[in-house]
Design a protein around this ligand. Structure first.
Ligand code: URA
Ligand code: CA
Length: 441
């Protein structure tokens, strides 16, 4: 089929055959379709959507556009966990060693942060010596020996998605459920895990601002996973306020270590236990979520999860002494305290604005491949619903440049609202999606 006919077909709201989708994606990846035609087709998809069959075909074609990892050499059921991206979302750094300690092999290919969402690879790079690019042999060897390996995504994993995502980014076609779902799932499928746990974030700090849209995205991704034979489940979680206390790379490593020591922010800790429990059940390492939760909670308290994290750091060349000596993590030169303007209750902490402030501090990227400042970031000392006194410190800002400190400080002051009357805390868990459908909490 000629590309101009494909564009017209999608423009007219018709459905492509799986073969047409495959041909289109393959031809674009080969360089046989110019960006202007692909951009027009993507806009037609953005406006008219895609059927479940079209979305699955697109996912498969993108997954098969490069290398599909074969993890058969690793014993056990490999479970991947993926977050659609949020602010102060440090779950991977905690959940990965936690479930690995409990016998679930965790093979993870992670990305770098972009915009106001952070990336696990950047966070890990704040650990001195830590290597985030493993060869395939090292990745598999580490999985077999330690039950845990995390590597950056190589360019040969779903290269079609890499090119299409870059084009979507500059043609206002990112926010399309079938395009987001196929983009994420193509990378998960190519990365080779047997089962996939998705953490779909909902709220102002997430791609999906409403629960309805988040359910639709989750259902689309679960359907794709099940269609290609990878059991997939999704939890829907709140991203109105930042999840944890720390926003920024070395600060998030600090927070993960605190949780692995049995301490730390309660919401982040709770979500790590919930995600970990789902991974245990998916990997057949526990019969029920409750049983899995109890096992994992014990692993946080008795130090086994922390020991696994240290083992993992050393296996990837990092200095595990950071676990005991936080001064080994990159330290910011300047700090500023943000204080409550009145006595009362925290009404909201705008996750997108906090993420934006962290990005302006240098903790995140405004564009791809921009260098970032691993020491910069924000520590939040309150959550929605907390009572605060006037002038109580509610956040600390960390920066390497004093101008950035004042700029970010001004954004943060406007992102945290205090009100006189009591405020309810926000629910953490909003729902759950598996092949049987959506269950609200
Ligand atoms: N994350 C992805 O990997 N792809 C998208 O399209 C959106 C978020
Ligand atoms: Ca993402």
């Amino acid at each position: 089929m000629h590309m101009v006919d494909c564009i017209a077909k999608k423009r007219n709201g018709e459905e492509h055959s799986s073969d047409e989708i495959k041909e289109l994606i393959t031809a674009y990846t080969r360089g046989d379709i110019p960006d202007y035609q692909m951009a027009a087709w993507l806009m037609a998809v953005y406006l008219n959507g895609m059927s479940a069959e079209e979305t699955s075909a697109m996912t498969r074609a993108m997954a098969q556009s490069g290398k599909v990892m074969n993890l058969d050499a690793v014993s056990g059921i490999k479970v991947d966990k993926h977050s659609t991206g949020g602010v102060a979302d440090t779950t991977t750094l905690v959940v990965a060693p936690l479930v690995a300690a409990a016998g679930v092999p965790v093979s993870k290919m992670s990305g770098r942060g972009l915009g106001f969402t952070g990336g696990t690879i950047d966070k890990l790079e704040s650990i001195p010596g830590f290597r985030t690019m493993l060869t395939e042999e090292e990745f598999i060897a580490n999985l077999n020996v330690h039950g845990l390996a995390v590597t950056g995504q190589t360019p040969n994993i779903a290269p079609a998605d890499g090119r299409i995502y870059a084009l979507r980014d500059v043609t206002a076609t990112v926010e399309s459920i079938p395009l987001i779902a196929s983009s994420i799932m193509s990378k998960k499928i190519a990365a080779g895990a047997d089962k996939i746990l998705l953490d779909v974030k909902v709220g102002r700090g997430a791609f999906m601002k409403s629960i309805d849209k988040a359910v639709e995205l989750a259902q689309t991704m679960v359907t794709i996973g099940e269609t290609v034979g990878r059991q997939t489940v999704a939890v829907l979680t709140n991203m109105e306020e930042p999840l944890g206390q720390a926003v920024g790379n070395s600060l998030e490593v600090w927070e993960a270590l605190e949780i692995l020591k049995g301490k730390g922010c309660q919401a982040l800790r709770e979500l790590c236990l919930i995600l970990g429990a789902h991974m245990m059940v998916l990997a057949n390492q526990a019969a029920t979520l409750q049983q899995a939760y109890t096992i994992l909670e014990k692993f946080l308290l008795d130090g086994l999860a922390l020991a696994k994290f240290c083992e993992f750091i050393e296996a990837q060349g990092g200095n595990a002494a950071v676990a005991q000596n936080y001064n080994l993590l990159p330290q910011a030169k300047y700090q500023k305290q943000i204080k409550a303007c009145q006595t009362g209750y925290i009404q909201s902490i705008l996750a997108d604005q906090i993420g934006y402030a962290a990005m302006r501090l240098g903790a995140g990227r405004e564009f791809k491949e921009q260098p970032i400042d691993l020491a910069a970031g924000i520590l939040l000392h309150c959550r929605v619903g907390d009572r605060v006194e006037k002038d109580q410190v509610i956040a600390t800002v960390y920066a390497s440049h004093s101008q950035k400190l004042s700029l970010a400080g001004a954004i943060i002051e406007k992102a945290i609202f205090v009100t006189a009357s009591p405020v309810n805390t926000l629910p953490l868990l909003l729902g759950f999606v598996d092949k049987n459908g959506y269950k609200p909490i």
